[in-house]
Ligand binder design. Structure first.
Ligand code: MN
Length: 718
């Protein structure tokens, strides 16, 4: 087992003052240290060290890429929220918004569930991490956090080692690569290989050790030669032998290269003062050492998308050994090692933020594109990433921590349908970060969403189509209604036709004879009997027109009206849940202005061509329309539920909807929809519920009335 040196704050301080001069910033960092020290006091890591060693090490790693003071503070504090019940507010108060938001960002990422049963692919995971980190410093802290955890991974079980190594390889290393932070990336790679393929790793280490002496001698000599040649040509230079990373060797082995080829391969890095010196040095070296064909790359003129710049060449060098040579300036080297993090040094007056410059955003964006580009080069994907990473996408969580990706502006309805159609269809309410919200609430990045469902829910509300943002949700709601409507219309149509045939004593065989049916279908431009049933059931085609086409000259409504007015020949016909005294083939609609439910005194209003509308007898809309009114009665049917809309007035809105919804369960009532309407000193909610009858509804209203802060509950009538 290995032990790492104990890090003290003094050690961190020494590193920090090498590049941060502002005394106030140093004080801030020591304050963060003391805060974290206190919070983690008495807690040990699995390795036996004090917990504070972990954040201290993460901070030290970040000093190697010259991270700014806020990032160092956030690194020291990065585990206090998750492990010590520290709140965001506390960090904001003790430090500032900037540091708090970095700590929150790291905490969120550390909470992500990247387990196997999660839907998203690894490429998606990278996108999610990137999308979640509005500030790139969050990712950089995460990378340093992982690096220290990997350095102490030996303490974990074999299984955990493999899992962490895989996640690091799949998700974090590609991000580190795209951000160009080679320093952290290279160590993560070696550590990942060590734990994911220990046999391979240790055999490479062993082979390297065996050949080290001879290689070191050759490299040293080559360094001297190259440096002298360049100096002789008047080029200031510094030449270094370069150790090849174990992971780099592994990759080459994996590509099918032979052991010997790789171990014999040596590497030099040449530093010169300027870009033009780079090209000059290259020319001089190519004149002296024969270049290997097709191995020259000019990343100076054409930097990689992660900003990397260097000239690369491979030559036959000393004693015919093959040397890889990189030629660059110290500035290019800084970028090669620190990538996006090298921009810390370009900040103006300590004010600029890494992420805020347009240049970095662009860089970041290009990195993400390249991430996938390598795999498919698919333009559509590139566009979708572009949209996703930038402002058009939010990432929200299920209560279990699974990530759901949605377009900006999505609502709980979109979330529910994204999770599952069944969840959407049976949804009654949504709870976000522990408080209930209206269904038109706009989801925010990182919201945790719990959808309450009720298996007895009769389905979504049509209004949801207008509220939902995603086409997916809209289509699912529409298809729910299309299906329900079609089924209902089909049955209704079938029933209406059968009834009409009986009324007119027309035998089925006569009506359904091919010749007759074909004539009807042709006339209405329908293709089959099923469509005919649906057309009749939905009221598009009056059943009388189908059964006895020559019969009608007046509309059905006018006929009923006549009969109703004359008071003769009236017979009761039951229409679904309402008995209409009159003829039986009319559409019956529940009026939306007063929404009568079973038990209400009701009256039918004979419309002009739209069937009969059923109103509550007290409804102001039918008050002076006696000549078109007709007696109707309820026809009690089991399991039938009615929509009723309640207006609730309250003096305060603390958990009110939650209280109301909790009442519904006592009365077998389900909430269909609700809206919060802005009023000055009065909170007004419009709640649509499904109820059995008036007594059911009244009991519920009484119960809602007992809730604290609710001043009045009334049924909608407009
Ligand atoms: Mn940590």
């Amino acid at each position: 087992m290995e032990k790492q040196d104990i890090i003290t704050f003094e050690k961190l301080r020494e590193k920090v003052i090498e590049y941060i001069e502002d005394e106030k910033k140093i004080e801030l960092i020591s304050k963060a240290y003391l805060f974290a020290f206190e919070k983690h006091f008495g807690v040990k890591r699995l390795t036996g060290e004090d917990y504070i060693q972990h954040p201290l090490n993460v901070a030290i790693i970040l000093t190697t890429i010259n991270a700014d003071a806020e990032t160092i503070c956030a690194a020291l504090l990065h585990d206090v929220m998750e492990d010590c019940n520290t709140t965001e507010a506390e960090i904001k108060e003790k430090f500032d918004d900037e540091i708090a938001s970095l700590v929150v960002g790291v905490t969120k990422i550390n909470r992500l569930n990247f387990n196997l049963d999660s839907e998203a692919s690894t490429a998606n995971h990278r996108k999610i991490i990137v999308g979640l980190s509005q500030d790139v410093r969050v990712i950089i802290i995460k990378l340093a956090d992982r690096l220290h955890n990997m350095r102490t991974l030996w303490i974990k079980s074999k299984e955990q080692q493999k899992e962490t190594a895989k996640e690091t390889l799949d998700i974090l290393i590609p991000i580190a690569h795209r951000l160009g932070i080679n320093q952290i990336k290279a160590e993560l790679e070696d550590l990942s290989l060590r734990y994911s393929k220990p046999d391979v790793y240790f055999s490479i280490v062993e082979n390297l050790n065996k050949t080290r002496k001879e290689r070191d001698r050759i490299v040293e000599e080559m360094v001297r030669q190259v440096s002298k040649i360049l100096s002789d040509h008047g080029i200031e230079n510094k030449v270094k032998g370069r150790a090849k990373s174990i992971f780099g060797i592994y990759k080459k082995l994996d590509d099918g290269k032979k052991f010997k080829e790789i171990y014999d391969l040596m590497a030099l890095r040449v530093f010169v003062d300027s870009e033009s010196d780079c090209y000059q040095a290259l020319g001089i070296l190519h004149a002296k050492y024969k270049p290997v064909p097709k191995r020259f790359k000019d990343y100076v003129a054409m930097p990689k998308t992660n900003m990397y710049q260097s000239l690369h060449t491979t030559v036959f060098g000393l004693e015919s050994n093959i040397f890889e040579i990189q030629i660059r300036t110290p500035e290019m080297d800084e970028i090669a090692e620190k990538g996006i993090a090298s921009h810390w040094s370009y900040k103006e007056g300590g004010k600029g933020r890494l992420q805020t410059t347009m240049e970095q955003k662009l860089q970041f964006f290009r990195s993400i594109i390249e991430l996938k580009d390598e795999e498919t080069g698919d333009e559509e994907f590139v566009n979708s990433v572009k949209k996703d990473v930038f402002k058009d996408t939010i990432y929200v969580f299920t209560p279990k921590g699974d990530v759901v990706e949605l377009p900006y502006g999505s609502t709980p309805i979109d979330f529910a349908y994204k999770v599952h159609s069944q969840v959407g269809d049976k949804m009654v309410s949504a709870i976000i970060n522990d408080s209930i919200v209206t269904l038109d609430y706009k989801l925010q990045n990182q919201d945790i969403i719990k959808i309450k469902t009720n298996p007895n829910s009769s389905g979504p509300s049509r209004e949801w189509i207008g509220i939902a943002k995603t086409t997916q949700a809209k289509n699912k709601i529409k298809s729910f209604f299309a299906k329900v409507d079609k089924e209902r219309d089909f049955e209704k149509g079938e029933e209406l036709i059968a009834k009409e045939l009986r009324t007119h004593k027309i035998p089925n065989s006569e009506f359904f004879a091919n010749e007759n049916i074909e004539k009807i279908l042709k006339h209405y431009k329908l293709t089959n009997v099923e469509e005919l049933n649906i057309a009749v059931g939905s009221g598009r085609i009056p059943v009388s027109q189908v059964v006895k086409p020559e019969f009608d000259s007046e509309t059905k409504e006018e006929l009923i009206l006549k009969k109703a007015q004359s008071g003769v020949g009236i017979k009761s016909v039951s229409k679904n849940d309402i008995i209409v005294r009159g003829m039986g083939d009319l559409k019956v609609n529940i009026a939306s202005c007063c929404l009568p439910v079973l038990g209400d005194e009701i009256v039918g209003y004979i419309t002009k061509g739209q069937g009969i509308n059923i109103h509550r007898i007290t409804c102001p809309n039918v008050k002076d329309l006696e000549e078109r009114l007709i007696d109707v009665e309820w026809n009690k049917q089991d399991n039938q539920k009615y929509v009723s809309t309640l207006i609730v007035h309250a003096s305060e809105n603390h958990n009110l909807l939650l209280d109301i919804i909790s009442k519904t369960s006592h009365f077998n009532i389900s909430v269909k929809n609700f809206n919060e309407m802005a009023k000055k000193d009065d909170y007004v909610f419009e709640i649509s519920v499904l109820v059995e009858d008036t007594s059911n509804l009244e009991k519920f209203m009484d119960s809602v009335n007992t809730i604290k802060n609710i001043s009045r509950v009334e049924r909608l009538m407009r």
